[in-house]
Design a protein around this ligand. Structure first.
Ligand SMILES: Nc1ncnc2c1ncn2[C@@H]1O[C@H](COP(=O)(O)OP(=O)(O)OP(=O)(O)O)[C@@H](O)[C@H]1O
Ligand SMILES: Cc1cn([C@H]2C[C@H](O)[C@@H](COP(=O)(O)O)O2)c(=O)[nH]c1=O
Length: 213
């Protein structure tokens, strides 16, 4: 019997997560694997509604703990409705952001504390952790420039944070990559797309052979 595989992709704005997830999904599907690509916050109706509230540029009064709880709530619903059933069916889930985003953004950059944010997320996820996390490491200046110049996506409330905030996000991710080195693989996302893709694909293929022999 095939076992599901839960993979998450992390990193700052404009690191190339969406682009690479699309490329990885096409590649794996073309090889006959069943893949579900999804994202946080979002991926299902209720979580997309929560996303609207969190990322709305008008919601400048949002308290940091409210923000952390909303991300955790969206995560819970997405896990229960989409991720867990697909894993049960033996599929490969590739999720754009997961718990490490909350730890880096709310825990470290917002200053709520990584341990505190971990605690509320443990309640939300009940030990359902990814087997592999690819962290796309990139200086925030480059990522924000990529978004402003090329992607055409709407700027959201988090994008508008100060550059110091985005630097703290990176600092948070680097701390997490060190702490959870068995799960998180750092990928240098400043390189050309093809190189980033090749490394990401290699790590995923390794995980498939370990976790779905
Ligand atoms: N390695 C790369 N080199 C140069 N440009 C890139 C690279 N990867 C992605 N891009 C470009 O950067 C922009 C942002 O990419 P993408 O939307 O995939 O990032 P993202 O990590 O999903 O961003 P966000 O999380 O902020 O939505 C796109 O225009 C994409 O084509
Ligand atoms: C899951 C999660 C996300 N965030 C932040 C990170 C980004 O700024 C936005 C999501 O936008 P994207 O274009 O889909 O990357 O939300 C966060 O702060 N905490 C989280 O848990």
């Amino acid at each position: 019997m095939n076992h599901g595989l839960f993979i998450t992709i992390e990193g700052p704005e404009g690191a190339g997560k969406t682009t690479i997830i699309n490329m990885l999904t096409s590649r794996l599907v073309s090889e006959g694997l069943e893949v579900v690509a999804t994202r946080e916050p979002g991926g299902i109706e209720i979580a997309e509604q929560i996303r609207e509230v969190i990322l709305n540029k008008e919601n400048t009064a949002m308290d940091a703990r409210t923000e952390a709880l909303l991300y955790a709530a969206a995560r819970r619903q997405h896990l229960v409705e989409k991720v867990a059933p697909a894993l049960k069916q033996g599929k490969i889930i590739i999720c754009d952001r997961f718990i490490d985003s909350s730890l880096a953004y709310q825990g470290h950059a917002r200053g709520l504390g990584i341990e505190e944010v971990l605690t509320i997320n443990q309640f939300a996820i009940e030990n359902m952790m990814p087997q592999l996390t690819l962290y796309f490491d990139l200086a925030p200046e480059i990522g924000l420039q990529r978004i402003n110049r090329h992607s055409g996506r709407e700027v959201n409330r988090l994008d508008l944070e100060t550059i110091e905030f985005h630097r703290k996000v990176r600092e948070g991710y680097l701390l997490l990559a060190e702490r959870f080195s068995g799960r998180i693989a750092r990928i240098d996302a400043s390189r050309p797309l093809e190189q980033v893709f090749n490394e990401a694909e290699g790590k995923i293929k390794d995980a498939i052979s370990i976790h779905r022999p």
